[in-house]
Design a binder for this molecule. Sequence first.
Ligand code: AHG
Ligand code: MN
Ligand code: MN
Length: 335
Amino acid sequence: MDDKLALPVGTTLDRFIMRKQEEFPFATGELSQLLRDIALATKIVNREINRAGLIGVTGNYGQQNVQGEEQQKLDVIANIRFIRALRNGGEVCTIISEEEDEVIQTGNAKGKYIVAMDPLDGSSNIDVNVAIGTIFSIYRRMSEVEGDGTLEDCLQSGAKQVAAGYIIYGSSTMLVYTTGCGVNGFTYEPSLGEFFLSHPMIRTPKEGNLYSCNEGNINSFPDGIKAYIHYCQEKNYSGRYIGSLVADFHRNLLKGGVYLYPPTAKSPDGKLRLVYECNALAMIIEQAGGKATDGSERILDKTPTSLHQRCPLVIGSPDMVDKVEEFLAKEAVAV
Ligand code: AHG
Ligand code: MN
Ligand code: MN
């Protein structure tokens, strides 16, 4: 990746977005505005998360989402906040969300963009002060710019993303995103209400020694994954698993490692969602020099057939992902 593209640490997110826009002579500023809308929603959600224990928004909401998962109050709050910001911003015609059964039409008939999001990732960690996140993908609509976006607009392959990112609400809050020219990370300074560039042009290590999966499920992992985990143990790799995909991904991105959510008895297609979780992180890891597959196929090449479909995920340092695939291929031949 060209280092000339890097801006100095300390640049505000707003200035960064503006400078990037200037590099594209025909840019209309709509994508820039959309990124600003996301940053605004992030600040609001960050505020709610930080004081969650004090304002009674921890715990169950009392309903299940379309995937039969218990919604947490913060899942619902984050979903509302992001939808509101994107609707008011005007650049997005259609939103799809992990927390919504159907597509959401914003009424912005001239909006050129589609947003797919997991408004709050890592629900089970909300009540215990462990890092949680938000994941988003941005697509250009394929249908004519007038009226509602279509289901086809929403089911584009991950390779068509024009931008993708995540927010990690951790020991500090960070926004990490790519528009296809490398990955940049911004840290939130709450007293100023600003994101500042703190991690320019992130590259993931080619190889690492962290592996992240829910080892409690090992008995029902495919044999190739079991063999790979055994290999990690033999090599004395460190097992690191938070149970918030964003947090596990972020650590491995910076330090080098591999995250695996393979098929299990309970979730035969894996647990993670192709459209809301896997695609965005796959674009980011590739832009940072890493890899993302479902065990054999590149995530970004998969064409979703339904909004909420699940997909196995192997993502992280490229040599580690290759190794996992090697183990899976070997077991496939042995059967
Ligand atoms: P979400 O909170 O958006 O439903 O996502 C939870 C996901 C992901 O964040 C995490 O990596 C995974 O679930 C953990 O699953 P297990 O508890 O099965 O390990
Ligand atoms: Mn999630
Ligand atoms: Mn979620």
